[in-house]
Design a protein around this ligand. Sequence first.
Ligand code: SAM
Length: 306
Amino acid sequence: MTTQRIDCRELIDPHPLLHLPTTLQNAYRAELARRGLLEEAIAGTTEKQIHGGPTPQETLKHFKYRFANSCSRVVCILVDPASSFASLPVEVFQSFSSHKIAVLDAPCGAGASLLSLLAVLATARAHRQLPSLPLTVGVIGADVSPTALDIYSSIANALIPEFERNGITLNVTTLNWDAAQINQTSGVCDTWFATHADANEYFVLVGNLSGITEPTIVQAFQRSFEHITARISNVASTVLWIEPIIEKSITKRIKEIFSFSWWLKPSEDLAADAQSRFSWRQPIENKTIAGTVMVHRYERKDGGIA
Ligand SMILES: C[S@@+](CC[C@H](N)C(=O)[O-])C[C@H]1O[C@@H](n2cnc3c(N)ncnc32)[C@H](O)[C@@H]1O
C-alpha cells in the first residue's frame, strides 16, 4: 500500500507554488500551436464565464483559456500543499498503482483532469517518489463536443511515450455523448464495461461541472449519473468529483447527482466539502494565478452485492 505523499520540485517550487507537470505543459503548448491558438492563449482573457460546450468555438475558447486551470486543480489535490485533503491523494495513488484501472471520464472535455492526474503520477514515478509497477489505464472519455474529443486524443497520444517510460500503459477511447440522452449514457457504460471487463477498479472522474447550471441540463446530468452510479454498484469503484470552489447553492444542486447512490460511501476522513485555495504558475501566460478546488470522493471498494 502506498502511504507516501509526493514532494517533487517539478510540481511545487518554491513551496507552496504549484506547477503543471513539464510533459503536460509541453503537450498543451504544442497542441495550442498546432491549432494556431498559442498567441491568443499567451495573451489570455479577462472574460469570466468560459465553460466549454458543444460547438468548436466554445470548446476552443475553453481550451485556450481554461484548460490549464482545470489541470491545476488536480495538481493541487495530488500534491496537497496545505494538507487539505487528508488521505485522498494517497488513496488516488493507490487506485492508480498497478494492474488495470478502467476510467470513465465524463464529461471529459479535452481531458484536462485525467491527463493531469496521469502526468502527476508519471512525474512522481520518474522522481522515484512512487513505485513504478506496471499499470494499465483504460479510459472512456465522453463528451458532447467532438472538437474536445479530438484534442483529448491528440494530447493523450503526445503523453503516451512519457507514461510508458514510467510503467503506465494508457488506452483512450473517446465517445460522443449527450448526457441529455439516457440511451447514450447506457451505451457509454456498455462500451466502458465491454472494453475493460478485466479491470480491478472502475473509476468515474467528473471534472468541473460547475458551468453546467441550466436546470434542464442539470436534470439530464442527474439521470445520466444515476445510471452510471447504478452500473458501478456491484463492482469495486470510486467516483471522484472535482470543482472550483463554487456557491453553496450550486454545490448542493450538483451534489444531488450522487446523493441517491446509497451504495457509494463518501470518503470517511475527507471533510464534506474538502477544499483548498492555492497559487499556481500558468505556463502559457507565464504568470502566477490564485486557484481554488473542492473535491468529493465516493467509493465502493468491496465490490460485493449489498
Ligand atoms: C467545464 S468543461 C469540463 C471538462 C473536463 N471535465 C475538465 O475538467 O476540463 C464541461 C464539459 O461539459 C461538456 N458538456 C456540456 N453539455 C453536455 C452534455 N449535454 N452532454 C455531455 N457533455 C456536455 C462540454 O462540452 C464541456 O467539455
